[in-house]
Design a protein around this ligand. Sequence first.
Ligand SMILES: NC(=O)C1=CN([C@@H]2O[C@H](COP(=O)(O)OP(=O)(O)OC[C@H]3O[C@@H](n4cnc5c(N)ncnc54)[C@H](OP(=O)(O)O)[C@@H]3O)[C@@H](O)[C@H]2O)C=CC1
Ligand SMILES: N[C@@H](CC=O)C(=O)O
Ligand code: NA
Length: 428
Amino acid sequence: MKPVKVGLFGLGTVGTGVVRIVEGHQEDLQSQVGSPIAISKILVKDRSKARSIHIDSSKLTEDPWEIVRDPEIDVIVEVMGGIGNTKEYILEALERGKHIVTANKDLMALHGQEILAKASEKGCDVFYEASVAGGIPIIRTLIEGFSSDRITKIMGIVNGTTNYILTKMSQEGAAYEDVLKEAQALGYAEADPTSDVEGLDAARKMTILATLGFRAKVALEDVDVKGISSVSQQDIRYAQQLGYEVKLLGIAERQDDCISISVQPTMVKKSHPIAAVSGVFNAVYVYGEAVGETMFYGPGAGEMPTATSVVSDLVAVVKNSKLGVNGRQASLSYKEKRLKTDEQIASRFFLLLHVEDRSGVLAQIAQVFSRHEMSIESVMQPAMPDQNVVELLITTHMASKATLNRALAEFEGLPAIRRIKSVYRLES
Ligand SMILES: NC(=O)C1=CN([C@@H]2O[C@H](COP(=O)(O)OP(=O)(O)OC[C@H]3O[C@@H](n4cnc5c(N)ncnc54)[C@H](OP(=O)(O)O)[C@@H]3O)[C@@H](O)[C@H]2O)C=CC1
Ligand SMILES: N[C@@H](CC=O)C(=O)O
Ligand code: NA
């Protein structure tokens, strides 16, 4: 039986897992697709590097074109990352009729439309399940499982590294920098972990999810992004006192055909199932008009969970080849995209203010809220950082982002307010 030949781009965390699964589950895979699957060439940066698995060194190459131009190779599995050159290799491979499986959210969020269009033109498959929420089959769920519904909200923890960091900060009082190093050692973080901690990785994933869920061409620039580098132990403690957990949440919402997408540290009520998602685990909550509430949970990063999604995509490509239906992915972004304005984006908020400890200050603050028709839900005064300054913890009822920003601008100008220490969105 002629084997399906795979060219693997990358033999790092995910690539190693792909080799382990393709070799270790070969019999099961063969039974499903009807032919052996063979990884025939592997692209790496450095052929002489020591590897944690045994690899026949003749398979290793440092030349991507050796794989792209090899007529024997049917599928390229891209798990090396990168945007510019990687896109070039993938487009050329598609041009030559090769199918693509990728875990690269950076590439799919920025150039997914172009790559998918090329794939359709050439009758090739491009699958990218591992690019969002590593081991959770969320992309297939949005494309197939919810094809009959209209999705109005996608909310998720879609970055394992930051959830790992926030969990350790919250449960063990660990220091941010130490936990980041741990996440890197465990293979969760990106090559440049700034994209994890500053929210860009999650923003790229939310771009992909919103495009699929809302069937519109969502761009990375449409996502309002804030990372976790400003989240302090104190914010986490106050959140817990109020019954919340701090999570880096991606939130995509659609209302009257207007959408908004954001990634930001959010205080999530402990009773919401997302608040309990800890460590490297991810969860994606999807609300559909017909189905109602659903939630998908699993490991969001790491060698074997991510490789599971990659190899399952590979199986899907081979099954499609047997059926002769490669490249038949339906158009998934046929809807016009309209973005919500800040006046239309509403939520509840938490504010931590440092204010002068004298009479009349609370009244001034209340007046600002009142002028902007923002309703206060609760006020707490837990501690005194120094003799003249007190901390105020305020939670609000629903207000628009624009209203909040107008109130914050006024607070900036009030001498009695020494510092706007933190502002969080609240999700219940
Ligand atoms: N790690 C995870 O949990 C997840 C990762 N992803 C995505 O999967 C991809 C791979 O991630 P990961 O396995 O963690 O990355 P690693 O850094 O562990 O591995 C990257 C691999 O690609 C090779 N490589 C990198 N650049 C080049 C280049 N220019 N030319 C040739 N080879 C190159 C490296 O070679 P060498 O070994 O010689 O250095 C290495 O084998 C990324 O797109 C990432 O975002 C997606 C979901 C989860
Ligand atoms: N760095 C990413 C890896 C998976 O996409 C994460 O931490 O989630
Ligand atoms: Na996934």
